[in-house]
Design a protein around this ligand. Structure first.
Ligand SMILES: [Zn+2]
Ligand SMILES: [Zn+2]
Length: 342
């Protein structure tokens, strides 16, 4: 079968590898991936960015961690059922797993989908049935395929520890940033802005179409942000992956404010000690999502409390995976999707 495979450490990817059809182990289902989202993580793995080099131990691996699939055969799930797959999953037994935070389990890395364990950019895949969540029939494919980043957004907003925030900023108008903004807007802050750069024109337009207020950061980014919020931010979500945005975010926080870092930066992040301590800032990481976040994500799309349809981007065939990666790299608007099977 055709698959997109990270074969060796170092930059590069095999977009048209031929692999044997996988056979499910006990407790696993055989699945036909329908739509798979491509994101910055896939690009980082392709370019072999530092935070992903530990994956060498698991290569070769089929990429694709944002998976909507259809069950071909399973013990508990029935053929034809559509499901999404928990991208990060733990041992299922430890305290973290049992409290719904399996993404923090010590075993999570070696179970990470499309990284350590074969993902969905293939004609077929296998997964433990425990990792699958059924998608309600009313949710269209393109929306269901966005559940992985959306669960990450739900998680990020849940991570913010403060009380009810008055002023919220989201740095980075990519798919995750916009999803975080849509979830954070449900906290009913007085002000919420999405911050982009001058090269984010189309993405900022999409944000405005979604009813979100936007601001373009420049050399005077902090002032522009504070002005548009009507004061310093209580909570800032850093979803741009830019080290500079991280630094600007710390500066733009008010006393006691919190910066929630969603996703990875390719370089180390530095915190200026003086201002950080004197203003009692908080810095939190938010990683992927636990089962509880996934369930909330599915509930929000099923009830249409959040409409993700405008966030689905171009759809490529599995044999066009290379183009899908290059489109993602070019910073297209909306999540790029690969249709692996119909
Ligand atoms: Zn992703
Ligand atoms: Zn565990």
């Amino acid at each position: 079968m055709l698959a997109v495979v990270k074969e060796h450490p170092g930059p590069g990817l095999s977009y048209d590898a031929e692999l044997p059809v996988p056979s499910p182990a006990a407790g696993e289902a055989l699945l036909k991936p329908l739509l798979v989202g491509i994101c910055g993580t896939d690009l980082h793995i392709e370019s072999w960015a530092e935070p992903y080099r530990d994956l060498e131990a698991y290569l070769p691996t089929v990429l694709g961690h944002e998976v909507l699939a259809e069950v071909v055969e399973g013990e508990r799930s029935s053929a034809g059922e559509r499901c999404v797959a928990l991208s990060v999953y733990g041992c299922g037994r430890c305290e973290l797993c049992r409290s719904g935070r399996s993404q923090l389990c010590p075993d999570a890395r070696k179970e990470s989908l499309g990284m350590a364990r074969d993902g969905g950019l293939a004609e077929l895949m296998t997964l433990p049935e425990d990792r699958l969540l059924a998608v309600p029939q009313t949710v269209p494919d393109e929306v269901a395929a966005l559940c992985e980043p959306f669960a990450t957004a739900v998680r990020a907003v849940r991570t913010a520890k403060g009380g009810k925030p008055t002023r919220i900023a989201v740095l980075g108008p990519g798919a995750i940033g916009l999803m975080v903004a849509l979830v954070a807007a449900r906290l009913n802050p007085e002000r919420l802005v999405v911050v982009g750069t001058e090269s984010d024109g189309d993405r900022l337009n999409l944000a405005e179409d979604l009813g979100l207020r936007t601001v373009v950061s420049g050399t005077d980014g902090t002032d522009a942000l504070s002005d548009s919020l009507g004061g310093p931010a209580d909570v800032i979500f850093e979803a741009s992956g830019s080290v500079r945005a991280f630094e600007e975010g710390l500066q733009a926080l008010g006393p006691g404010g919190e910066l929630v870092v969603v996703g990875m930066h390719g370089e180390p992040l530095a915190v200026p000690s003086g201002g950080f301590v004197r203003r009692e800032l908080r810095l939190s990481g938010s990683y992927a999502a636990g089962r509880r976040d996934w369930e909330e994500a599915i509930r929000l799309v099923q009830s249409e409390e959040v409409d993700l349809r405008p966030l689905a981007g171009s759809v490529f065939g599995l044999d066009e995976a290379r183009s899908a990666f290059r489109a993602t790299e070019a910073g297209v608007t909306g999540r790029t999707l690969v249709r692996c099977a119909s």
